[in-house]
Design a protein around this ligand. Structure first.
Ligand code: AMP
Length: 197
């Protein structure tokens, strides 16, 4: 695994456990020589993560739309920095540069990026693994929602089974490396049949 994209908050979060976990993840990525791909910002958890990877000699690739650079939130010291025109282009580039994804605690931006890659996998546009780093149970309510979606018939169980979850950095990295996806080849055919009710 050469590079991992981390979706994470542009805020720090209140409890220090989140920034501590971001620093631990950054250190581990650098130590394992796995490059970080992220949104390129110099704020919040994004900054903690990028700074720590750089501090420990790792590679960091940032991708940012011009509009955000104009707002002066760009990190100036990254290994590579790519300027794009839109948020959509930013997500496409982050996906193409990465071999796997980690959702780290964050807000709407993190959820947006996460939803896009979950949907890409569901539609088989990519098959790169996605892991949730569930620090302090941050994603528990989202997992509850996903359970509800499966129970109510809006999320397929196979897609739920393809989600990788860990509560610490070492396990999320090894689970991403070992991941073998549950086959979901037939589901587009299945939903056509199910729709003929
Ligand atoms: P959020 O989770 O709402 O804090 O948003 C974080 C995610 O959305 C990051 O992974 C970024 O790609 C993007 N994003 C949101 N706000 C910013 C910002 N101020 N600067 C850079 N990227 C941001």
């Amino acid at each position: 695994m050469k590079r991992i994209c981390v979706f994470c908050g542009s805020s720090l979060g209140f409890p220090v456990i989140y920034r501590e976990a971001a620093a631990e993840l950054g250190k581990m990525l650098a130590r394992k020589k796995i490059g970080l791909v992220y949104g390129g910002a110099n704020v919040g958890i994004m900054k903690v993560l990028a700074d720590t990877v750089l501090q420990f000699g790792g590679e960091v690739i940032g991708v940012m739309p011009q509009s955000l650079i104009d707002n002066e939130v760009a990190h100036k010291g990254l290994t590579e920095f790519h300027v794009v025109q839109s948020m959509a282009e930013r997500k496409d580039l982050m996906v193409s540069y990465s071999d796997a994804f980690i959702a780290f605690p964050g807000g709407f931006g993190t959820l947006d990026e996460l939803s896009e890659i979950l949907t890409f996998n569901q539609l088989r546009i990519t098959d790169k693994p996605i892991g949730f780093l569930n620090i302090a149970g941050y994603f528990d309510l989202l997992f509850g929602f996903i359970d509800h979606g499966v129970k109510e018939g809006f999320i397929r169980e196979e897609h739920q089974q393809n989600l990788i979850v860990a509560t610490d950095c070492e396990s999320i990295l090894s689970k991403l490396v070992d991941f073998v996806p549950v086959s979901v080849v037939k589901w587009l055919e299945d939903i056509k049949v199910e729709s003929e009710f």
